[in-house]
Ligand binder design. Structure first.
Ligand code: ATP
Length: 490
């Protein structure tokens, strides 16, 4: 393992052990073995190094949906010692231009469909057809010569709270982080894993790292579609599915259940509503794992199906090697049951942001080495973690602290309501007041007073949304998180 647990290192290790196992099954390109994947990535590395000057330290943006070409490009960058910056496919042209400038991209490799967005990016651009042409011109590699270091991966945060920040992901220092996951989630070598979470997001990327380390066969579809996903599980005999919570909601709504559901369905990236966890397990079986984490902290806790059956709202427990502390604003631990900021310590904390001055220092600068997540949460008497919401989302209304999440969960239990989001808006008398945004099921009607009456029946007076808006859909990030600043403009 000369290159350790880098993407290229993992691929080489897998290729050495299982060269003929399918590494990727891509809905358009079919299956490609570990040996073929490594050879194609090496060939692409030669092409990019020779014709585009990609070399150690150079940053290459990758703006692609989930397909084999993205993985080849990631590994090619890793082999060349270049840093791959994974770009969110939902970025607009001005956002992409800003990212390209901040991250000092030399080259952007993108899917053809993103050509209009990429057109103004201040760097060289290569769409997938030109990548294919480049590969066709490059002869297969007889021998590959290593550069002195593998490239790094930079993952952008989701940009829920503002412009996305680039976070340098660390290389796992050993088997520890991997073992800590499979200790809690029963994954075996050679698993067939459908990764529906976007690979450019920290959760999809972690799923890919894990899959390569487990010499799994990764099944990829460019777009998530509930019926096609359930179908792919059956067609390819997938034993695991990695997704984000909103995808589970789409699966449940569509009534899409594979004939043979996977043993493991793991979700992360945003909060998993308790009601959804139960509804999902009632049809797919007790296969659901909820991972809490972030781009900066990686995975911090895991809830197993048994945890979710006991309490569907929990984010579970930290895996081996991870510490969680709930601290008050002065940095002291709060008693069990009380809410404070969730702090995380593990070997996989990010190594700092790659964007401009004024961003928070990397976690190593903190005396205890732990990272404040900006999320508020609490531990119950048995040590299970609950994420109550982001500190930024907490609403202070008339001096009371209100968390939107329980109100949202309650609202989604109304049979007419498909989705609900609750945020704070400025109020001249109370400082802030709650505003609810509801998406109703087709053909359903609700009265604003009915909504307020219903919440008043279950929750404290200050949790009742004074504003109730009916909207056609909620603005979401790629991981399905509602974007409050866009809601305010609706
Ligand atoms: P930005 O930092 O740009 O605003 P972001 O924080 O949304 O973007 P991510 O790193 O993708 O970017 O999201 C991590 C956040 O998502 C966590 O801090 C937490 O608020 C939320 N989250 C992730 N997984 C879970 C989970 N299982 N339960 C509850 N919340 C979760």
């Amino acid at each position: 393992r000369r290159w350790g647990f880098t993407l290229a290192g993992e691929l080489r290790a897998a290729e050495a052990r299982d060269p003929h196992r399918p590494a990727i099954i891509d809905e358009h390109c079919g299956a490609i073995t570990y040996r073929q994947l490594l050879h194609r990535a090496q060939r692409l590395a030669v092409a990019l190094g020779g014709t585009r000057g990609v070399a150690p330290g150079v940053r290459v943006g990758l703006m692609c949906r989930n397909h084999v070409g993205l993985i080849e490009a990631m590994v090619a960058c890793s082999l060349l010692g270049a840093d791959a910056v994974l770009v969110n496919t939902a970025l607009s042209a001005p956002q992409l231009t800003a990212v390209a400038e901040q991250q000092q991209l030399r080259l952007l490799i993108h899917d053809r469909e993103f050509a209009p967005v990429a057109a103004a990016a201040p760097c060289e651009r290569l769409d997938e057809s030109r990548v294919d042409a480049l590969l066709a011109e490059t002869p297969p590699q007889g021998r590959w010569t290593d550069v002195s270091r593998a490239g790094r991966t930079i993952v952008l945060t989701s940009g829920t709270t503002g412009a996305p920040k680039g976070a340098r992901r660390p290389t796992p220092p050993g088997f520890g982080p991997l073992v800590s996951i499979i200790d809690r989630i029963p994954l075996n070598v050679g698993e067939r894993i459908l990764i529906s979470a976007p690979l450019f997001h920290t959760w999809g990327y972690a799923a890919l790292q894990l899959s390569l380390a487990m010499r799994a066969t990764v099944v990829l579809q460019r777009r998530f579609d509930p019926v096609a996903t359930a179908h792919a599980v059956d067609v390819h005999g997938c034993t695991a599915l990695f997704a984000v919570p909103v995808m589970l909601q789409r699966l449940v709504e569509a009534g899409a259940v594979p004939a043979k559901p996977p043993r493991v369905v793991a979700v992360s990236g945003s909060a998993l509503p308790g009601g959804l966890a139960t509804r999902f397990m009632n049809t797919w079986g007790d296969c659901l794992y909820n991972l809490y984490g972030s781009t900066e902290a990686s995975w911090a806790s895991i809830a197993t199906p048994a945890d979710l059956r006991r309490d569907p709202g929990t984010a579970g427990r930290p895996p081996h090697g991870t510490r969680i502390a709930i601290l008050d604003p002065t940095g002291l631990p709060v008693p069990r049951g009380r809410i404070g900021e969730i702090h995380v310590g593990n070997e996989m904390l990010f190594e700092g942001y790659t964007r401009g001055p004024g961003v928070p220092p990397p976690p190593g600068d903190r005396p205890d080495g732990m990272l404040g997540t900006g999320d508020l949460g609490h531990l119950d008497a048995g040590g299970l973690l609950y994420v109550d919401g982001r500190a930024d989302d907490m609403v202070v209304s008339g001096g009371e602290n209100v968390f939107p999440r329980p109100v949202e969960e309650l609202l989604t239990q109304l049979p007419q309501v498909r989705e609900a989001a609750v945020i704070g808006v400025p109020d001249p008398d109370y400082g802030q007041r709650l505003a609810a945004y509801l998406v109703l099921h087709p053909g359903q009607h609700l009265d604003r007073d009915e909504v307020r009456e219903y919440v008043r029946h279950y929750l404290a007076r200050f949790s009742v949304p004074r504003d109730v808006h009916f909207v056609p859909e909620l603005p979401r990030t790629a991981t399905g998180k509602v974007i409050p600043r866009l809601l305010r403009t609706m």
